[in-house]
Each structure stands twice: as C-alpha cells, then as structure tokens.
Design a protein around this ligand. Sequence first.
Ligand SMILES: N[C@@H](CCC(=O)N[C@@H](CS)C(=O)NCC(=O)O)C(=O)O
Length: 203
Amino acid sequence: MKLYFATGTISIAVAIALNEAGINYDTQRIDFGAGEQLSDSYAAINSKGRVPALEVDGTILTETGAILDYIAAQDKRLMPADPLHAAHARSVMYYLASTMHVNHAHKMRGSRWANTEASWADMAAKVPETMTASAAFVEAECLRGPFVLGEHICIADAYLFVVCNWLEGDGVDLAPFAKLRAFMAAMEARPSVQAVRANGMLP
Ligand SMILES: N[C@@H](CCC(=O)N[C@@H](CS)C(=O)NCC(=O)O)C(=O)O
C-alpha cells in the first residue's frame, strides 16, 4: 500500500488507522505549498486534487471515510460487527466529512465557494464560531466513553482526532470541552499517533 498525504491534513487519519491495524505502508508526501495536489502527475492519482489517496495493489482509493472502512475490513477490531454500534461510528464519520471538515475548510479554501476576497475573509471569520459549534456537538453526542464507541478504539477515532487537532488553530477554546480534551489525550497516548508525530506527518 502507498498513502499519498500532506502534513497535518485529514490524510493523517488514514496513517493512524493503518498504524492501529499494524499494516505496513509506503508514503508519498504531496507538497501543498508547491500546489502539488493540483499537478498533472497527482491528477493521475486523484483527479479531485485532494489527499488522502491510498494505492492498494494498483487500485487507488479516495475519500477518507471509504479508505478507513477499507482498513477496518482488514482489521475487524476497528469497526464493531454490531450494526447499531457501527452506525454510531459511521454517523460520526459522516458528520466529520459533511460538516466539520467543511467548516474548517472555510478558513483557507474560500475560493471553492466564492470568487471575491471579501467573501473569503467573511467565511474565514466565521470559522471559530462554526468549529466551536462542532466541538460542542462532539462533546455532547459523539463520545460514548474515552473513544467514540466507549472503551475501544475504532476508525472513527482516527478521523475525529485529526479533525479535532485543527480546533485550536481554528480559534476554538477547548476549555469547556472536557470529554473532547480527554479524548485527545487518550489518542495522543496511542503508539499510532506517536508514530505520526515522530515522523512529522502531524506537527
Ligand atoms: N472528501 C475528502 C476531502 C479531502 C480533502 O479536502 N483534503 C484536503 C486536505 S485536509 C485537501 O486535499 N485539500 C487540497 C486542496 O484543497 O487543494 C475526504 O474526506 O477525503
């Protein structure tokens, strides 16, 4: 397997999940500073111009949630068999993909949605508010214990950890969110997260 990633981005959720599963993988860093995600060579990997992409035996997988589900299919510990428990984990993942990641993207990627710089500035100014609302939702409804499903880690935790790692940079005060802070500390203690910090994937 080969993971195409950029430092600090959602692609690191895939690296954490691969580490949790004990799967060996190669990596290729995509240099956002140089706009490499928009290059012709990367378009041949992921025509959407985004990370992550995971190459598995010549097949390219994209979309964080889909890749994480693929990893959980290789290591059944990372998604419960019980459909109701699995549905909670997936509801967190869909929330991250459809709402919280999108809230965050309004800080740097306003040009996806509007053409004028004034509009981009307006969108960026809203991010502390929308990400605080997302943090409050995570605190109230996503964590059934130290992790999303209680005591045991699953793929949703890798996803949630990376998105919540953006909160302070997005101007969110974490002080009111005790469960979220405990979750982040529990994730920081895992060898999977320590490995991505040690190799510079997550600053
Ligand atoms: N829906 C995609 C979104 C991936 C995505 O937007 N990744 C960001 C990094 S966090 C990216 O590649 N951005 C590059 C750009 O916007 O040019 C997923 O969840 O995998």
